[in-house]
Each structure stands twice: as structure tokens, then as C-alpha cells.
Design a protein around this ligand. Structure first.
Ligand code: URP
Ligand code: ZN
Ligand code: ZN
Length: 473
């Protein structure tokens, strides 16, 4: 293993006879890599290389692109735990960089990037988050593309905190974003519904984690999603609704798109695989599953599978937020469910869960899996085709996947650095046998083989996929 940054001359790798799986097709081929870039894909290539991998019987995926993480924000552990991404077959993460109140928007990006540089184990990019919604900050949105940021998230939930933005602020931000090719993301939950219900349930003496669900009912997400769509239509701005968890919210997105508006959405691994019943686990165990929006009943899980299969939602992110301190930190909410910090780890298990629960159970095709796991996330943030694709000219971020492996998710095998996994005990079929980042092997059989800190900051292009609509009209 020669670190590619230190090696002199050309580094050449040849992956022979694997089955290349993309979002549109699959075929047996050799992949020839030079200096971290895919140079040639073909049958029986005569290329020579320092490293030759025999991949007969294996599937070759593009490295995963996970466009929803919280490293260091919302109490999530920092970038040294991105080895979990690598081990799980994700080679690019797109992290949220929340602005500090009173500090310019792009300073947050630079600060977050400084934390990632020299630490991150996979490539990284950023979304902005406005924490100080006011005119001068909306003006700063135009600077985001200058630092390689093409997406911006605003929160309709979390009223009473700096995260919250009212409708006026969201509309103004959307108008500005539209002028400079930035895609707007929203956390769509009605903050007032949540506040009233939280107080009501606490007053009635309900303190357990499952009241996190009851106080954030599906209608709170449905209403906010519809309002976000109305604001985006007013601003004529592309909208990407993150972590969609509710059937009716998904239907509102589908309806808007079919009516001709550039409205898209992401769901997350846990909304496809876990239900509200996990929140009701006894002995405060349910707190481990507290995230926002909350886990939903089975009806929504089924609707979300149909949505990803039919293309009504575009991508599956992890919303990875491995809270520093793990379960102990969740215990801040003992006796008051509103004080349980939101967030669950998930970056390492996104591939295994989506493959096992999706492809192996016949819910999605292999092509759809690649689309949701890598290709679409890269398109949404403006990193495609450098990321999320297997093609000549793309970065050699590759997963050599063993489809025959059978195992069980166990936290003791997880690298996210906390004491539990929400997917503990799930049987999985298949696993990333080898993971390559820009032509360099970084993980093997679920273990990160380092070195840490070689992830590079990737600059996203503005006018990304959600803007394609406009070029047609
Ligand atoms: O529970 C979650 N999702 N925590 C992270 C913050 C967010 O809203 O995405
Ligand atoms: Zn959110
Ligand atoms: Zn999130």
C-alpha cells in the first residue's frame, strides 16, 4: 500500500473482470485507473498496471455519495469518524455547515472545511445552513458558489433556536438562491404544531421517547412540505426537501413535480427500514432512535419504498449524526422527551441496508440502488460525473462488492465512534470487499485501512440537477 500522495510517477491500477453496475446498466469489464482517475473501461484491456485486482464474481459500484451528514454540528462526532463512511462504501460525504450567528455564511463553510482537512477519510463537500436569517445574510447566498457550495438548508422546525427560519426569511432566501443557481433545501416540519403538542404531552405527564413521535405527527411534516413548495413556487426556485418521512409529504412533492415545478426530495435509510415502534422500546431505549422528523408507522415506510422505486423521491441519505457520548447523551432527555438530542448514526450502514432491504427483497433494481446511493446525490449537489459514476474521466471511487457475503450489523463492527447502532441485529447480504478513493484502497471487508486525513474538499457546481428543469422550459 503506497500512499498515492507520496508516490512519484504514475500510479496505475487494473480491476479485471468485475461486473460494473451503474444507474443505467451493468456489464462485465476491466477498469483501468491512472492517478486516481478512471481512464478506460473495456473488455480484455491490454493495459499494464502496478496493482491488478481480479474481480470475477464481484460487482463494481461507484463509491457512495451521501449528501446528508452532521459532523460536528447538532452534537455529532467530528470528521475523524468518517472512516465509518469508507468502511461502508461511501467515498464522498456532503456535510452541513451551520452559520454562527453574526458571522458571514461562507466563514462557516471555511471553518467546517478546516476541520475536515487532514482528518476526513473520504472526500467531502458542504451545504450551507442559515442561522441568522436577515437581509444582509440573504445577500451572502451569492457567495456560496465561490466556495464550492451549491445547496443551502433552512429549518421550518426548531422554533426558539437559531436554526428556525420563518416563511418570510425562507422566501427571501429562495429568491436570492434562484439568482445564483443555489438549490434550496428545507427541514419541513411545522414548528408551532410541534411546540403546542410538546407542551400538551408534557403537561399530561408523558415524558417517554415515543412522545417525540406523537408531538411531531405526520400532518406537521405534510403541512410544512406543502408550505415550502408554495414558497419555492413563489420564488421560482428549485426545492429539494430533505429527510422526507411521510407519505403525504412525498405525495405533495410528486404532485408539484408532475404539475411542472422543480420540486424534489430525499429520504433516509432509517425511514425506509425502521418504524415508530423503535421509539416505543422500553427502558428509555427508544431514545436511541430519536431523530427529526421521527420514525413513522409502516404505512409511510411502504409509501417511501414505492416512491424511491418509482423515482418520486430522488436519493437516500443517512442523516448521519453520531452524537458525541452516544446513549449517555440521549439520557439528557430522561424525564422530558423534548430534551433528547436529535440524531442517529447511519453513514456506515446505508449501503448494506439499502442493498439488503431494497435490492435483495425485490423492492428496487440494482440500477435504482446505484441511482439512490451514488448517482443522484452527486447530481443534486453538483458533483456529477466526477462523483457518483463509473465512466472514463470520473474519479476512481469504487466499491468492489461481494454479493455473497452474509452477516449481521453489530455496533462492535461500527466505526462511527458511539456505543450503539440503530440497525443493530439487522441481517445483511453482501458487503463492500474493497473500497477505493481516487484509485487508492482505503477499506477492506468492513475495516478502514487508512491512512486517515486523505479526504479532499470537493467543490460543488451551482445550477445542479434541480435546475435542469429550467433548461427545458
Ligand atoms: O435528527 C436529526 N435529523 N438531526 C440532525 C438535524 C437535522 O434536522 O437534519
Ligand atoms: Zn433536518
Ligand atoms: Zn440532517
Amino acid at each position: 500500500n503506497v500512499p498515492f500522495l507520496e508516490k512519484e510517477g504514475t500510479m496505475r491500477t487494473l480491476i479485471r473482470n468485475g461486473t460494473v453496475v451503474t444507474s443505467v446498466n451493468e456489464y462485465e469489464a476491466d477498469i483501468y485507473i491512472e492517478d486516481g482517475i478512471i481512464k478506460e473501461i473495456g473488455k480484455n484491456t491490454s493495459r499494464d498496471a502496478e496493482e491488478i485486482i481480479h474481480a470475477e464474481g464481484k460487482l463494481i459500484f461507484p463509491g457512495g455519495v451521501d449528501e446528508h451528514e452532521h459532523y460536528g454540528s447538532f452534537g455529532g462526532r467530528l470528521f475523524e469518524t468518517t472512516d465509518a463512511a469508507a468502511a461502508g462504501g461511501t467515498t464522498t460525504i456532503v456535510d452541513f455547515a451551520p452559520q454562527e450567528k453574526g458571522v458571514p455564511l461562507i466563514d462557516a463553510i471555511k471553518k467546517q472545511a478546516a476541520k475536515a482537512q487532514g482528518t476526513a477519510c473520504v472526500d467531502f463537500a458542504f451545504h450551507g445552513i442559515i442561522m441568522d436569517p436577515k437581509e444582509s445574510v440573504f445577500e451572502e447566498i451569492a457567495q456560496l458558489p465561490e466556495v464550492g457550495v451549491s445547496t443551502l438548508k433552512l429549518f421550518m422546525a426548531y422554533k426558539g433556536t437559531d436554526f428556525y427560519s420563518d416563511d418570510e426569511s425562507i422566501l427571501k432566501a429562495m429568491m436570492k438562491a434562484r439568482e445564483c443557481g443555489v438549490t434550496m433545501m428545507v427541514h419541513a416540519e411545522n414548528a408551532d404544531i410541534i411546540n403546542v403538542l410538546q407542551k400538551k404531552y408534557l403537561a399530561e405527564g408523558h415524558t417517554e421517547p415515543v412522545y417525540h413521535y406523537y408531538s411531531r405527527p405526520p400532518v406537521a411534516e405534510e403541512e410544512a412540505t406543502k408550505r415550502a413548495i408554495a414558497l419555492a413556487r413563489t420564488a421560482d426556485c428549485p426545492l429539494y426537501v430533505v429527510h422526507v418521512s411521510v407519505k403525504e409529504a412525498m405525495e405533495a412533492i410528486r404532485e408539484a413535480y408532475t404539475q411542472g415545478y422543480p420540486v424534489f426530495g430525499e429520504t433516509c435509510t432509517h425511514y425506509l427500514t425502521l418504524t415508530t415502534e423503535y421509539l416505543a422500546k422500553p427502558d428509555f431505549e427508544g431514545a436511541k432512535y430519536v431523530c427529526a422528523p421521527p420514525l413513522r408507522p409502516q404505512k409511510h415506510v411502504d409509501a417511501l419504498w414505492e416512491a424511491v422505486q418509482k423515482g418520486w423521491l430522488q436519493a437516500v441519505g443517512s442523516d448521519h449524526c453520531a452524537l458525541e457520548g452516544g446513549f449517555e447523551t440521549k439520557k439528557r432527555g430522561l424525564g422530558d422527551f423534548t430534551k433528547i438530542p436529535n440524531g442517529c448514526p447511519g453513514v456506515q450502514d446505508r449501503l448494506a441496508m439499502l442493498w439488503t432491504e431494497g435490492v435483495c427483497k425485490g423492492r428496487i433494481t440494482r440500477q435504482k440502488f446505484i441511482e439512490l446511493f451514488a448517482t443522484m446525490p452527486a447530481k443534486v449537489v453538483g458533483l456529477y460525473p466526477q462523483k457518483g459514476e463509473i465512466a472514463a474521466g470520473s474519479d476512481a471511487d469504487l466499491v468492489i462488492f461481494d454479493p455473497d457475503y452474509e452477516g449481521v450489523i453489530r455496533n462492535e463492527d461500527s466505526l462511527h465512534g458511539i456505543d450503539y447502532s440503530p440497525f443493530e441485529g439487522f441481517p445483511v447480504k453482501g458487503r463492500p470487499e474493497q473500497v477505493y478513493l481516487r484509485g487508492k484502497k482505503i477499506a477492506e471487508n468492513g475495516r478502514f485501512i487508512g491512512p486517515k486525513g486523505e479526504g479532499k474538499w470537493q467543490k460543488c457546481r451551482p445550477y445542479a440537477m434541480c435546475y435542469d428543469y429550467f433548461s427545458l422550459n
